[in-house]
Design a protein around this ligand. Structure first.
Ligand code: B12
Ligand code: SF4
Ligand code: SF4
Length: 378
């Protein structure tokens, strides 16, 4: 079978297995990306979650012997929930970003790519295929851009004309020389809405991010978050969507093609206070299926504390005092002390004063002192 016919068959088959967009590109090196990655590294603008070996990121022949093409796939995810939470007045909730709604997308895309791989191997038994989603060496966005899935927006996201930027990306390197597709022209024009909407100024210019300042990154860290950035996090428990919700290209884009991606509002918009008390088992049971649980319980609990401070939730003072005085993790104790300072009140003040006498960890002591200064201001 010739590659042109197989390409057509793959496109047709992809539609039947829940792949929403597919594109083809060569397996040549990503030279522009190489320079960009070096620059990002020099500026310390990377998150640290990226593959460290830049050459592996830009040269597919280091990942497979004589690769001839890359197939890029995109799956659209919902931007609005079909169901709403039933909240009582005064109950405060956090929010997981849209890319963490429903079942972990890595599993969903891997399933689709596995099916695609089986289809190709049935047609060409000696073909070689290597698939990856997010955690692979390649830049999923650079591959998608070159394969014509979408353009690379000023918010850094790949924006498809059909589904906006609410798409997950994955790819398969193959030994088959498919005809490449053409990239899509950049359609951002003079728009700057995403840059203006970014709460932390992480988008330093169109298409360039300082990941260290991105809330998407901060919510995934495990340590103390720098004080001035905490207030910007608001009630985000995992990830951030501001540079996507502000994008006009996403207006009206809300696709519910994949049942597995349907969010349970009680899980992705969870009550904050119960998060503070979760055991490891309870955390796994409630949040374990989400992509946003990959860093474990600690960042989610820390972010829940930050969110309670954001709401100045006086009903949480008791729980926060528990955390400040009993939690074994300094990050939790210190962040709780900071939150008590933000919320204020006599009970918070007394608890902070007591904690100042008993606490021994230096960082936590600093947070308690700051908390006390704040509480006197509230
Ligand atoms: C590390 C990482 C992060 C980091 C850093 C993000 C970043 N922008 O670099 C953090 C934790 C902050 C993050 C956040 C998010 N992420 Co993320 N992340 C990744 C990961 C693992 C690597 C990204 C990377 O290498 N970045 C380095 C930069 C330099 O390269 P790049 O963005 O990949 O490639 C582009 C640039 O290099 C640019 N470029 C190259 N040369 C030049 C030259 C010039 C002059 C310019 C202007 C641009 C430019 O073009 C490339 C193509 O667009 C990828 C998965 C993967 N393996 O690729 C997911 C991935 C990018 N993330 C994804 C998502 C969904 C998100 C969030 C929306 C999640 C959320 N809601 O919080 C946010 C969005 C933040 C943002 N505005 O980018 C999706 C993006 C889907 C899409 N439609 O684009 C990916 C592809 C995962 C997936 N498989 O679906 N992420
Ligand atoms: S995800 Fe949020 S913090 Fe990160 S660049 Fe986009 S708007 Fe800024
Ligand atoms: S908000 Fe405007 S500039 Fe930013 S990605 Fe969307 S279209 Fe491009």
């Amino acid at each position: 079978m010739d590659a042109a016919q197989l390409k057509q068959e793959i496109i047709e088959y992809s539609k039947t297995i829940g792949i929403d967009k597919i594109g083809f590109t060569t397996a040549s090196t990503f030279d522009e990306l190489r320079n960009r990655l070096i620059r990002q590294q020099e500026l310390n603008y990377q998150s640290g979650f990226e593959e460290k070996d830049i050459e592996k990121r830009v040269n597919p022949s280091l990942l497979m012997d004589t690769p001839r093409s890359i197939i890029a796939v995109a799956l659209a995810y919902p931007s609005k929930m079909n169901e709403r939470v039933t909240s009582k007045k005064g109950e405060r909730r956090g929010i997981f970003c849209r890319a963490s709604w429903g079942e972990d997308y890595h599993l969903i895309l891997r399933d689709r790519l596995k099916k695609l791989e089986a289809f190709i191997l049935e047609k060409v038994p000696d073909a070689r295929c290597k698939s990856m989603v997010d955690t692979g060496e390649l830049s999923d966005r650079a591959v998608a851009e070159r394969a014509g899935i979408g353009w690379s927006g000023k918010n850094c996201s790949i924006i498809t004309p059909e589904f906006g930027s609410y798409v997950y990306l994955g790819e398969m390197i193959t030994s088959i020389p498919f005809e490449p597709d053409q990239p899509i022209e950049d359609q951002c024009g003079s728009c700057n809405k995403c840059i203006e909407a970014c709460p932390t100024g992480a988008l330093v210019q169109g298409g360039q991010i300082n990941a260290q300042k991105c809330i998407g990154f901060l919510t995934q860290t495990k340590d103390f978050i720098e004080e001035p950035l905490r207030a910007k996090i608001g009630n985000r428990i995992y990830g951030c969507d501001s540079c996507q919700t502000s994008c006009p290209e996403n207006k009206g884009k809300n696709f519910h093609f994949h049942e597995e991606m349907e969010p349970d509002p009680e899980i992705v918009k969870p009550l904050l206070k119960p998060i503070l008390q979760l055991s490891n088992r309870e955390f796994k049971e409630k949040f374990g299926q989400l992509a946003g649980s990959w860093r474990g319980k600690k960042p989610i609990q820390r972010n829940a504390i930050i969110a309670l401070a954001h709401f100045k939730d006086e009903t949480a003072v008791g729980e926060l005092i528990e955390v400040m005085t009993k939690d074994t993790r300094p990050v939790m104790r210190g962040t709780a002390a900071w939150a008590l300072g933000k919320i204020g009140g006599e009970t918070a003040k007394l608890a902070l004063e007591k904690a100042l006498e008993k606490e021994t960890d230096e960082e936590v002591l600093t947070e308690i002192s700051h908390g006390l200064k704040e509480v006197n201001l509230v």
